[in-house]
Design a protein around this ligand. Structure first.
Ligand SMILES: CC(C)(COP(=O)(O)OP(=O)(O)OC[C@H]1O[C@@H](n2cnc3c(N)ncnc32)[C@H](O)[C@@H]1OP(=O)(O)O)[C@@H](O)C(=O)NCCC(=O)NCCS
Length: 326
């Protein structure tokens, strides 16, 4: 019987950038009334990186993009589109993606930013996947880049210890592959705007009457997170006719160790098959999944041919999942 081929978005390269300034929990305890013990016990976070003034959102996004292109062995001028998932752009416009286009010399690419808070990377690869499968472009750089240190309130110990800065990027290319071959298999996006008030940034460009700081009801976010993430993950498994034990790796959004463990447990996945970087990076919002993916690809845990399930939840509320074969 002849094999069936399909057009899929395949990850060809992955890269990351972490700011120079490493900030430990002990460092945070010199700024607010907290302790390494409290942060570790409640969140699993041990350290985060905070960007210096020259490390703008466009700068870190471009650095991650260059790393992904170099990993793929692809020149910037072959990129057709750039999508930057971010809630912390340097400018309302031009979009971060267009600044990246200039910085890396991707002169044939169009670009735009996408804001879906911590679900931004899942939303962005879903859009890229649709553009690639439709034949609109043949390669897309998808970047998650965030500088939360510029929107966290350093007088609020309940939130400022949770977040960090960083950027991760993947280069996706359209390929004709066997149905058993690599690529994004499905993506699943959700939102519930009635829950906007449990996690939001108070204001934006042009609202100088607002604080511009992140506001969160941590308990409420926690209450929704495991349930909504587990349902998004189950949706991806059902769509692809898979059982949880057939997944090689769960690469979750890195918000909180307890949420990550909760979803892993609900799925019945052994902890050894869940990629965790929240201890190293804290919550880097839209950058957290590509940073985690990059870590596990670089250290050789994630191998070609393996099934990888991504999931995220963030402000909006927004949440979703994506299943792919490397
Ligand atoms: C934020 C979170 C860790 C707080 O844990 P919690 O058990 O809910 O803690 P609470 O907010 O109820 O606070 C408990 C106590 O710790 C204190 N506390 C809060 N932040 C603290 C800190 N950084 N250091 C020390 N104590 C702290 C509170 O003031 C409170 O003290 P009190 O009992 O004397 O009033 C937890 O709610 C959480 O992880 N939520 C999900 C957040 C998240 O992941 N958001 C991003 C999603 S994308």
């Amino acid at each position: 019987m002849s094999e069936v081929f399909v057009r899929r978005a395949v990850i060809k390269g992955i890269g990351q950038y972490l700011p120079e300034n490493l900030v430990t929990n002990a460092d945070m305890a010199t700024r607010v009334d907290t302790s390494d013990e409290w942060i570790t016990e409640r969140t699993g976070i041990k350290q985060r990186y905070f960007a210096s003034p020259h490390e703008t959102c466009a700068f870190i996004a471009a650095a991650a993009a260059r790393a992904a292109l170099s990993h793929a062995g692809v020149e910037a001028d072959s990129v057709g589109a750039i999508i930057v998932a971010t809630s912390t752009p340097d400018n309302a416009f031009p979009a971060t993606a267009v600044q990246v286009q200039a910085a890396i010399g991707a002169k044939n690419a169009f670009g735009f930013d996408l804001a879906a808070a911590c679900s931004g990377f899942i939303y962005a690869i879903s859009v890229a996947d649709a553009m690639l499968r439709a034949g609109q472009v043949s390669s897309v750089l998808v970047i998650g880049a965030e500088i939360y240190s510029r929107i966290i309130d350093f007088t609020d110990r309940g939130t400022c210890v949770l977040f960090g800065d960083g950027a991760g990027a993947v280069l996706l290319q359209a390929e004709q592959v066997a149905t058993t071959g690599p690529g994004i298999l499905s993506t699943h996006l959700h939102a519930d705007g009635t829950l906007a008030d449990i996690l939001y940034v108070d204001g934006a460009v042009g609202r100088r009457d607002k604080s511009g700081y992140l506001v969160m009801n941590g308990r409420e976010v926690f209450r929704h997170a495991v349930t909504l993430l587990s349902s998004a993950v189950t949706e991806a498994l059902t769509e692809n006719g898979l059982k949880a034990n057939e997944i090689d790796w769960l690469v979750p959004h890195q918000a909180n160790r307890r949420i990550i463990d909760g979803v892993g447990k609900k799925l019945g996945l052994p902890a050894a098959r869940v990629v965790v970087t929240v201890d190293q990076h804290a919550n880097t919002s839209a950058a957290s999944i590509p940073l985690a993916l990059c870590a596990a690809v670089q250290d050789g845990r994630i191998q070609p041919g393996q099934l990888v399930l991504l999931e995220a939840l963030g402000g909006g509320l927004t949440w979703g999942s994506a299943l792919l074969r490397m």
